[in-house]
Design a protein around this ligand. Structure first.
Ligand code: NAD
Ligand code: UGA
Length: 451
């Protein structure tokens, strides 16, 4: 039986560590390199530095097959396939910053052997060409460069990695593509073989499309609020059409996280730099920003001035199932509320410690009920399932003013209102303020009472 190839992973963040643990689970030996020594030391001790469901267990279970190092040579001397999983943050201009990706090419030893270098980091179209030029300039043309974008999402990263909808491999080197395809064979998924630029664009377009879907449903939600329709039912009805699909039609306070904002902006910049004005993407980002402003406006409708009002934020992470605070909506909402003079409290089941240094001026509570005691309003920011278990009758009793703004449509409006809360979601008829149908109903009710 042939031995599975040794895998190298450069950059042990969300993508790198999940990929490493999953490839190890599939039976490969994986050598992981990062430039942060403390991260590597913690991983050697079996401590996973991020919260991702199942990841700790997988790392511990496969510790015999996982090696952690800060030395690039440890990777290049043993691995036949090396995945680049370093960060590609946005620059002030909105373009992707490729400094970390380029540094990897610069660090490859001159005597590196016959390896496949697979780019998993999300990079703009044209990066592969640039990487190939850098490799050629260094006399490393034998390094087999391929684009292999990653589509996992945080909170479900292991399931997504192990059961991908597709694996995209872009390149011109058939040997390299075959080696990668063989590595992914146990995943029993569709392998999309294409050229590097197309693979890069599949990734950029996928994220931009998902972000567009979210902004689209958020605009529908905003129109629902004006017309009395219920966006959650609208999404169900739309989603039944297989051409549309139900995924990523959850209206709320907009997308956060390290990728959608950065990747939409990078695609917009890429298009602009090549002379094309990508119109939709401007709106996608604008709608996403306004969605958070609307949330704060909803509080104002119920409470009037927010000065000295106590507001409790339920959830801080950019989505449930993670402690990732990158571009989390909570950061924007909290700072807006502080700017309005509110007293802001917050709770998150997992992300509190990561959030604390980012949220100066916000009281972070470990106990959700303690946080809710005496507040003027609660705002659901992250739809952690444990918040759905809250006893809303009790919550209504302990709040000073029982106003619940549900930024993710987690709660059933009728239940919240029956519990004694003034409830307002996103694009749902439960909204008392700003919903004409509801206003008419309320008007009719008070008219009949008067009569
Ligand atoms: P991250 O910031 O969590 O991890 C990146 C890691 O790379 C860090 O630990 C950093 O120290 C390390 N690093 C930087 N330069 C290095 C070098 N020269 N050698 C070794 N390590 C180095 O980032 P992430 O969220 O894992 O994202 C990585 C890439 O994958 C990005 O391009 C991102 O857009 C893309 N991506 C992310 C996700 C996600 O859900 N987070 C999903 C798909 C794709
Ligand atoms: C996203 C993509 O889903 C992944 O396919 C991709 O690999 C990844 O970006 C990336 O390139 O980094 P991620 O950001 O981890 O994954 O998480 P998502 O589940 O996509 O959520 C992103 C944001 O959109 C969250 O703030 C979430 O609350 C929001 N969202 C998501 C909505 O507002 N509505 C929805 O219907 C879905």
């Amino acid at each position: 039986m042939t031995q599975p190839p040794v895998i190298g992973v450069i950059g042990v963040g969300y993508v790198g560590l999940v990929s490493a643990a999953c490839f190890a689970e599939l039976g490969n030996h994986v050598i992981c390199r990062d430039i942060i020594p403390e991260k590597i030391e913690r991983l050697r001790d079996g401590h996973v530095p991020i919260y991702e469901p199942g990841l700790s267990d997988l790392v511990v279970k496969n510790r015999q097959r996982l090696t952690f190092t800060t030395e690039i040579r440890d990777v290049t001397e043993q691995a036949g396939i090396i995945f680049v999983c370093v960060n590609t943050p946005p620059m002030y201009s909105g373009d992707a910053d490729l400094t970390f990706v380029e540094a990897v090419i610069a660090e490859l030893p001159d005597d590196i052997g016959d390896v496949v270098l697979a780019m998993k980091s999300t990079v703009p179209v044209g990066t592969g060409e640039r990487m190939q030029a850098l490799l050629d300039a260094r006399g490393l043309s034998h390094v087999r460069y391929v684009s292999n974008p990653e589509f996992l999402k945080e909170g479900d990263a292991i399931t997504d990695f192990m059961h991908p909808d597709r694996v995209v491999i872009g390149g011109t080197d058939d040997v390299a593509i075959d080696r990668l395809a063989q590595l992914h064979a146990p995943l029993e998924t569709r392998i999309v073989r294409t050229d590097v630029a197309t693979a890069e664009m599949i990734k950029a377009a996928s994220n931009a499309f998902l972000a567009t879907k979210i902004s689209f449903i958020n605009e529908i939600a905003n129109v629902c609020e004006e017309t009395g329709a219920d966006v959650t039912a609208v999404a169900e009805g739309m989603g039944l059409d297989r051409r549309i699909g139900r995924h990523f039609l959850n209206a709320g306070i907009g997308f956060g996280g390290s990728c959608f904002g950065k990747d939409v902006s990078a695609l917009k910049q890429l298009a602009g730099n090549s002379g094309y004005h990508f119109q939709i993407l401007n709106s996608v980002m604008e709608v996403n920003e306004l969605q958070k402003r609307r949330l704060v406006a909803k509080l104002g409708k119920h409470l009037g001035s927010l000065r000295d009002k106590k507001i409790a934020l339920l959830g801080l992470a950019f989505k449930p199932g993670t402690d990732d605070m990158r571009e989390a909506a909570s950061l924007i909402v909290a700072s807006r509320l502080l700017a309005e003079g509110a007293i802001v409290r917050a709770h998150d089941p997992v992300a509190s410690e990561v959030a604390r240094p980012l949220l100066r001026g916000v009281e972070i509570h470990d106990d959700v009920l303690e946080m809710l005691e005496g507040v003027d309003a609660a705002v659901l920011i992250t739809e952690w399932p444990q918040y759905a278990e809250l006893d809303l009758v009790h919550v209504a009793k302990i709040m000073r003013t029982p106003v619940l703004i549900d930024g993710r449509n987690l709660f059933a409006p009728e239940l919240a209102e029956r519990a004694g809360l003034t409830y307002e979601g996103i694009g749902r008829p439960g909204a008392v303020v700003g919903n004409p149908r509801r206003r008419e109903q309320d008007g009719a009710a008070s008219a009949s009472t008067e009569a």
